[in-house]
Ligand binder design. Sequence first.
Ligand SMILES: [Fe+2]
Length: 479
Amino acid sequence: MVESVVIVDESGEPNPYLLGVYAPVQDEITADELTVIGRIPADLNGVYLRNGPNARFPMKGRYHWFDGDGMVHAVHFENGRARYRNRWVRTRAFEAESAAGRSLWTGVMENPKDNPFGNARGLPFKDTANTDVIFHRGRVLASWYLCGTPYGLDPLSLETLGADTLLDTLNGDFMAHPKVDERTGELFWFDYGPRPPYLRYGVVGPGGTVEHCVELDLPGARLPHDMAITRNHAILMDLPLYQDLDAARQGRYKLTFNRELPSRFGVIPRRGQAHEIRWFEAKPCYIYHVVNAWEEDDAIVMDVCRVSRPAPAGNGSPLSRMISYLKLDARMYRYRFDLRTGSTSEGYVDADHNTEFPSIDARSTGYPTRYAYNVSVADAATNLFDGLVRYDNVTGAKETYFYGPGRYGSEAPFAPRDGSTGEDDGYLVSFVTDEREGRSEVQILDASRISDGPLARVLLPQRVPLGFHATWVRSEQLR
Ligand SMILES: [Fe+2]
């Protein structure tokens, strides 16, 4: 049986994102005697880390799935053995609430006027560092979707190393999904906010300091979630989904999708100045996640998971609106930006299957990739990932693996095997939670044959609540 609700909010309405497979856990565990069904490949060496919301205290006011305190769950694979660990990210807000013994912040569905502090840009919500985990220069950075302080974590102990200011060169915030070019050691990021400059773009050099940062002009405040890089460029987004300004003046957080505006993609040289950005227009949409981008002749190819209808109709309760907005409905989609003519072509890679949370061989971020590994989004009211989809760019083939009834996965990064030479020469690793049993395991699949199902299942000592983004850190990166 699934355990009963541990954490509730003050709305009185049952919130599905606090129940069942989403319910927060309260224990921080370290476990190395784990039952394995099958055999962990001896050439799978590294750490799988996944971030997600895990409220420590009952929320002040209504709870939004994005509000929970960041908790990282990790499994370290070494020589055929696995160790599990989970830890909250010790953000400033988490420490303040822990000291108080209760919630001090409201979430994004409430008026934030009494919140103790917000992010560097003056956004008044709690920076939970709950969204992604990015490995760069020996540590993992836990990030927050509304732009916050990156928090450094030790990839093995999961100890929070503190707010990471990039050796005192970060002036501002960090978005959720910076991109790392493993070939140059650089990290690319942006931040955004409700007041000008609406967008800033920057580069962290291989030495770990900010070496480049420019302010970019947008027609208004936007909500970009991801970006892309190629060998010579970065690509930023101006999408017509943004915060409703009238609602904001009343202290409410409401999104609006303007179908009259195009989607715009800004292509800027990696270390370019603001005036060098070139904007490419496309049909209106919203995009949470980029699969990858690269240069091809005089064009840039960018694959994304594209949402064509980001603002669901209807005026239900705040809770039902939250549930509708959160529900992912995306399709694999390709843009081609012609750098000679300034024109855009666009179209579906897969018009049928709702897939999201893409991963690729991270060694090729910004360079041509053949394979993408996405999660399959279940046909359900809330976000449930019922399987994995492997896309082959060259043949157009699509391969799927489904976890089975009542079993839901996480983002499944590609984990190269020792000595891996190709983008599918390795494994996919995912947490899988069984809603009927209230238990979780890690599944390891052969990335070249996902439809065969798991090579190994590692049973975990506690349920891993469904969450957000994951990454794989190779053993040689840990040294
Ligand atoms: Fe994301």
